[in-house]
Design a protein around this ligand. Structure first.
Ligand code: SAM
Length: 312
């Protein structure tokens, strides 16, 4: 049974019922949670699956895997510290050839966001870190102190859709010669210089989002992860992706479109332009959280869930 509501104070998985309902096609199959986080979706899946199912939980943030309490999960649960872009290697090393369902619930965990020491939050001072994986060398401080002005401008514009990207990047490069960027407050001050108070919070979230995407190479990982996921799905298996901003959703949507139909071979071209691809799109419009879910969990408000099924 899926719990009707989570324990008070506990983490609330976004679109939990929808994910479980769409993803489970074989109660004793193999399921991968590629963004394990605090294990909310994995627990909800486990509640629905039979005892001989296998669950694989992957996260770049090893601290989350180490702190997970496995009690109440009766299936085999393999927790793997990895980037989901390496999904095929992770499965191979666990002798798993194909899987029935995969979930990517993108972005970061609310507990990690709230932890000032991780540097993701613009609300509280903390080190400019922003790494999902604490063992990787690239941090937000390195991006802000080492990248040249053109690269910084591109990041703020492409990943943050920030209109003042050029002026902000210029200010970053000027300011760091006197004082290197150390704290989230240093970045906050740059954003404040170019934003009217009315738009300050939105600008902060755009700029922090942009730097975070660069630090974690999020878009490249997403593209590789989607490909790896389709490669490992069994025929009839499903991939569900929850994204939280339009740039991520666009990558998911376009990749699903590309893989759902291929250009027809030359001999068929006179009759048809395309042939069915290796997946079928099950959600032509993304599934959105209900008003009730948004009220219970404001983090869900921008979520979009897309699901595909492997056909060939
Ligand atoms: C929104 S949270 C997932 C929450 C989870 N569904 C739950 O219910 O607890 C996203 C998680 O994915 C992880 N993550 C993000 N990108 C990743 C990637 N490329 N590979 C592996 N883990 C990733 C983050 O570290 C974070 O813990």
């Amino acid at each position: 049974m899926i719990p009707a509501s989570p324990e008070p104070g506990s983490h609330i998985p976004v679109l939990m019922h929808e994910v479980v309902d769409w993803l489970v096609t074989d109660k004793n199959g193999v399921y991968v949670d590629g963004t394990f986080g605090r294990g909310g979706h994995t627990r909800a899946l486990a509640d629905q699956l039979g005892s001989s199912a296998t669950l694989v939980g992957i996260d770049q943030d090893n601290s989350l895997l180490l702190n997970f309490d496995k009690s109440g999960i009766h299936q085999t649960l393999l927790l793997q510290h990895a980037n989901f872009e390496n999904l095929e290697q992770v499965l191979k090393s666990n002798k798993i050839n194909s899987v029935n369902g995969i979930l990517f619930d993108l972005g970061l965990n609310s507990a990690t966001l709230a932890d000032a020491a991780r540097g993701f939050s613009f609300d509280r001072p903390g080190p400019l870190d922003m790494r999902f994986d604490q063992s990787q060398p690239l941090t937000a401080a390195l991006v802000l102190n080492e990248y040249d002005e053109v690269a910084l401008s591109r990041i703020l514009f492409e990943y943050g859709e920030e209109k003042a990207a050029r002026r902000m990047s210029h200010a970053i490069v000027q300011s760091r010669t006197a004082h290197p960027f150390v704290s989230t407050n240093d970045l906050r001050e740059i954003v404040a210089q170019f934003t009217p108070p009315k738009f300050f919070v939105k600008a902060l979230s755009r700029v922090f989002q942009a730097v975070r995407i660069e630090v974690n190479h999020e878009f490249a990982a997403l593209r590789s992860g989607l490909k790896a996921a389709l490669n490992t799905l069994a025929i009839g298996g499903r991939l569900a992706v929850i994204s939280y901003h339009s740039l991520e959703d666009r990558i998911v949507k376009h990749y699903f479109q590309e893989e759902s139909q291929y250009p027809a071979p030359p001999e068929l071209q006179p009759y048809q332009a395309t042939v069915p691809g290796r997946i079928k799109i099950l959600t032509h419009k993304p599934i959105l959280p209900s008003a009730d879910e948004i009220q219970r969990n404001s983090r869900s408000r921008s979520a979009k869930l897309r699901i595909v099924e492997r056909m060939a």
